[in-house]
Design a protein around this ligand. Structure first.
Ligand code: ZN
Length: 263
């Protein structure tokens, strides 16, 4: 009898150990990471589908809808050689905190102020490149108007010229305006400025670019402006980006940034 009881006891103990091992293996951190990654991918997919439906409502003509997606392009890749040649010594210089290998070249479709489809190019940190294409897909599906999306190198990496021309851009190795050598998040490719004229930087009386003066009043909503809870705001904020329009001491309405841990 005692022998039988002992056998039963050991059987129970080993069953508990096996169950314990199963539970521990199911919370393997690698698996959690895998799940999070899938979640992000699905979220981007869902966002596109949702806005696809919105577009469907707007465009009663199905053919026109199909055409909209046939014409679109949303890609990212490591910096091609011709782009490296273009930005070296202009927006990217030796001493930049972002290496050329850490940056990605992104192509996106967008609706211009002329209501036509255009293609733009951006350089962002490679860790957020896929997310950025997801954001611009959402803006495209909702036909959020953007005037132009060119590399800042077209303006000799001069932010004032790029802003005055209402150019949407991301990477540029530069300091924060008016700071003592503090590097801008644009130096890491983790910040994007959208339609700077309609969404200027405002600190007390200072406004930049000065062309943004007619857009100082944020309650008078005009084409290309970003306001809280609109499609542009949601596309960035739902992915954990910070909006400069919600800062306290100053407002940088054009500016979105993603504070990722840089390796
Ligand atoms: Zn900015």
């Amino acid at each position: 009898m005692l022998f039988k009881k002992l056998i039963k006891f050991f059987f129970k103990i080993s069953l508990m150990i096996i169950l314990g091992l199963i539970v521990v293996s199911s919370i393997d951190p690698k698996m959690i990471e895998g799940k999070t990654k899938r979640y992000i991918d699905e979220k981007d997919q869902a966002a596109v589908e949702m806005d696809g439906n919105e577009v469907n409502d707007r465009l009663a003509d199905t053919k026109q809808h199909e055409l909209l997606y046939q014409k679109s392009i949303f890609t990212y890749q490591p910096l091609p050689q011709n782009i490296i040649d273009k930005i070296k010594g202009i927006s990217w210089k030796k001493g930049a905190p972002a290496t050329l290998e850490s940056l990605a070249y992104v192509k996106v479709s967008y609706f211009g102020f002329d209501d036509k489809i255009h293609q733009g190019e951006l350089i962002v940190h490679k860790e957020i490149a896929q997310e950025v294409t997801g954001i611009f897909k959402e803006l495209y599906a909702a036909k959020f108007p953007i005037e132009k999306i060119k590399l800042i190198d077209e303006y000799g990496a001069n932010d004032d010229l790029s802003m005055a021309d209402n150019n949407t851009s991301s990477f540029c190795f530069r300091e924060v305006e008016g700071s003592d050598g503090k590097l801008s998040k644009h130096s890491f490719g983790i910040a994007i400025d959208i339609n700077p004229v309609q969404n200027p930087y405002i600190r007390k009386k200072k406004i930049s670019p000065s062309e943004g003066e007619p857009y100082r009043d944020r309650l008078d909503i005009k084409k290309g402006m970003i306001v809280k809870d609109d499609v542009c705001y949601k596309a960035f904020k739902s992915r954990g980006w910070i909006w400069g329009g919600e800062w306290k001491t100053m407002k940088d309405y054009q500016h979105f940034q993603k504070n990722i841990v840089l390796k």
